[in-house]
Each structure stands twice: as C-alpha cells, then as structure tokens.
Design a protein around this ligand. Sequence first.
Ligand code: MN
Ligand code: MN
Length: 304
Amino acid sequence: MPKTAPPAPPTLSTRANAAMLGVALGDALGATLEFMTPAEIRHQYGLHHEITGGGWLRLKPGQITDDTGMMLALSAAILQNDGQVIPLACAKAFDGWMRNRPVDIGNTVRRGIVHFRLSGQAAVQPSIEAAGNGALMRCLPVALATFGADEAATMAAWQAQAHVTHNNALSDLSGTLFMRLVHAALAGANKRQLLHEIAHPFAKAHPEFVFRPKRRDYPSGYVVDTVQAVLQAFFDTDTFDECLVEVVNRGGDADTTGAIAGMLAGAHYGMGAIPARWLKQLDPAIYARCAVEGEKLLPRSQLQ
Ligand code: MN
Ligand code: MN
C-alpha cells in the first residue's frame, strides 16, 4: 500500500465557494495595479503577490471593487428568487448596488443602470460599444445557478443578467465560453480537457478570441483583451496563486482580469489551493459571504 493516499479531489460545493472567493481575491489583488503598465508595476512593486490595497482607488488592504460588488448583488438576486435569474431582479439588484455608492463603476454599467431607472426596462438595446468586460466580471452566480442545465437555458440566464448593462455579441460570446469553462471545471474536468475540448474549439469558431501565441499584456476593459489575458494566465500556470499573480501583473484592467481568472482557477483548483494568507488579507465581510454563497447558488438537484 502507498504510504500516502493522493489528496481527494475537491467537492462540487467547495469548488463553487472557491470560485466565489477567487473572484474577490483576484479583484482585491489586482485593484492595486489597475491601469498600470507591466513596466510601471515592475518598477514600483517588483512582482505584486500580496493583497495590499492602494492603487488609484486608494483601497484598504483586502477591499474589493465593482467586480465583486456586482457579483454579490447578482448572487443575492438569484438566491432571493430560488435560483432563477430574472432580468428585473438583476436590474433592481444592480440599481441597489449603485445606490450604495460603490468605490468604482464602469461607464457602460452606469449607463445601463440609469437606463433602467428611467425606463423601468431591465435590458439595454444592442450596442457595438458595449463590448467591455462588465457582464463577464460578475457572471459567476449565473454559472453556479445553471450548473447541470443545457446551454440554451444557461445562456438565457446569462442574458438576463448581462443585458441589463451589456447587450453585445462579443460580451455574450465571452459568456458562452466562460459558462462552458466554469461548468466543466466544477464537474472536475482537467486542464487538458478545458483547453482542447472547450477553449481552443471556441477560439477556432470565434477567431477574435484566439489566445495563442501572441501574449496579451496590459489588457484593456475590452472583453476580447480580457479573455485572452485570462486564458493565457490560466493555461500557462499550474496553481491558483500563480494564475492570479500572472494575470494581475500584466496591469491594465488588473482587478477585472484577476476576478475572472479567480473564478475559473477557484472552480478548477478548489478551496484547498487558495493561499491561507490571502484569505486572511481579504475583507472579512466579503470572505464570510463568498465562503458560503457558492454552494447555496448550486441547484439542490446537483448536490449529491
Ligand atoms: Mn473593479
Ligand atoms: Mn476593472
């Protein structure tokens, strides 16, 4: 008999909670570097790998930004509706989040929420300008609530949350990709499967999103840049923390690339892979919600 058994693979529930924490940790880690270039980061920090706050928003250590704030607003809206993703509930949740004076807010998000306030409509018109990463950054609760559902139902739920602010074909495509990746990671797919069965076939079908071989440094808020940087960091590293450190040190929209990478890495590597020191550095109120809400969002039929 071998002396030590291999560690048990993470359970579905702990993958879900780790993904929620991953968003918050990537956001808090990356926010320090938002809008900086890789050269500026190297000069000022060397390699940034601790959650220290600061940045252009002058955050407290462990403080999160709009990415996590909107994710948690969406999570509450889904939990209050028994797992359903309802456009009006999403719009009201985002509106409530904005009324609470968040530390930052994207232009497309602000426009969408103001549109809801003025019109009562929970979806904006299609727009080629809404190709930012604002719908992708907050999407995890939808991926969890639709775990086990087919792609049509999953994408209807994605659109219910996304189109409140971002009604755009590239944004929706990023949703298709990340719903597939997160669902497969939650189900225990390995890296090879995620790469060769999901990411590469998707990029072949939608060449805007090709992420090899050109390195995406200084990714902007354009969702294609974001997706390329996140996929490169996830597939070119072997641990949860390497993935997040790699993507945020590219600068640009670093809190948002960190959040999205954290979602995927959390679902893939699970809770046991998250550094304890990062969990201690995170805002305790945010930790308390993320550490339990991932599991709550999963459909009850999928648990055991
Ligand atoms: Mn942010
Ligand atoms: Mn950002």
